[in-house]
Design a protein around this ligand. Structure first.
Ligand SMILES: Cc1ncc(C[n+]2csc(CCOP(=O)(O)OP(=O)(O)O)c2C)c(N)n1
Ligand code: SF4
Length: 281
């Protein structure tokens, strides 16, 4: 094969894992290629980058990317990543997973990693349902949305993920749709170079299980919905970022602050103990 025949992202993908399992019109391909573009843009040492995913369609990303990567158990991507980071603080650790994995079974891990300001980037591809297991209701399913387990409409209030991340202590919080591919890429690149707990929510179509039950039977239908309803509002109060059927969807970079990380505070504590400044009183 001539060099010019190769896709520019080929080197970043495990070709032996292709074809991928994602459905036609799924937003995960765009989310993954934006991530790869961002890694290139952020000029990261690939050897220091580690991707961790849980289980789900989004969780497949860890297996498809040609970086050091771990496909962990459902809901356990964050604690796994946290262990990697603490064992080897020079690593850039990225968790890339789905809304169910990160915010249902894994929700407790998310809030505590954010609270401790663990230096990691968490990317959540939010498709409003459990895609891989056939489209059950999840923690981000909008009120009244139909899923396999809410055939008459969801009656549970969903999480507003940017608000949750912000309230838990994240230092960088942004939301994009896959239609914002360029902004998404730039934001991931920025977050990859940010110190502390960063969170990016990516809204992505899942026509196969969510879309077809919610008048969005193709990926294009959901992209059109984003085009119609998404409003770019950098610095918006995350309380306003609820997703309500028929209403505007706020996107943008909401939070970008500085604060000491867990590893920094820990290193300082070790230094103080070693130089006997504490423990002697
Ligand atoms: C402990 C455990 N519970 C449940 C499951 C079944 N399971 C596999 S993927 C998944 C949900 C996936 O949904 P989400 O994280 O939103 O990802 P998506 O498939 O939508 O990308 C569930 C419940 C499992 N694998 N392990
Ligand atoms: S079920 Fe949904 S999330 Fe999973 S691959 Fe298909 S479209 Fe994508």
């Amino acid at each position: 094969m001539k060099a010019e025949d190769k896709h520019p992202l080929t080197d970043y993908v495990r070709e032996d894992r292709m074809p991928h399992i994602w459905c036609s019109g799924c937003g995960l391909g765009t989310a993954m290629s934006s991530f790869v573009e961002a890694v290139k843009k952020a000029k990261l040492e690939a050897d220091n980058l580690v991707i961790v995913s849980g289980i789900g369609c989004a969780g497949r990303v860890a297996g498809y990317l040609n970086f050091d990567s771990y496909h962990t158990t459902h809901g356990r991507a964050i604690p796994f990543a946290l262990g990697l980071k603490l064992a080897n603080p020079k690593l850039k650790v990225v968790v890339f997973s789905g809304d169910g994995d990160l915010f249902a079974i894994g929700g407790n891990h998310f809030i505590h990693a954010a609270r401790r300001n663990i230096d990691m980037l968490v990317i959540c591809v939010n498709n409003f349902n459990y895609g891989m297991t056939g489209g059950q209701v999840g923690p981000t399913t909008p009120l009244e949305a139909r899923t396999t387990t809410t055939p008459y409409g969801n009656i549970e209030h969903p999480f507003n993920l940017p608000y949750l991340a912000c309230a838990s202590g994240a230092v960088y919080v942004a939301r994009w749709t896959v239609l914002d591919a360029r902004r998404l890429t730039n934001s991931i690149a920025e977050a990859l170079n940010k110190k502390g707990f960063s969170f990016i929510e990516i809204l992505a179509p899942c026509p196969t299980t969510y879309g077809k039950r919610n008048k969005l039977p193709t990926g294009l239908d959901e992209l059109e919905l984003y085009k119609k309803h998404a409003i770019l509002k950098h610095g918006a109060d995350t309380k306003e970022a609820d997703i309500v059927i028929g209403k505007s969807i706020i996107t943008g970079k909401f939070i970008d602050i500085e604060k000491p990380t867990f590893s920094e505070i820990y290193a300082e504590m070790v230094h103080k103990i070693k130089s006997a400044k504490i423990g002697e009183e």
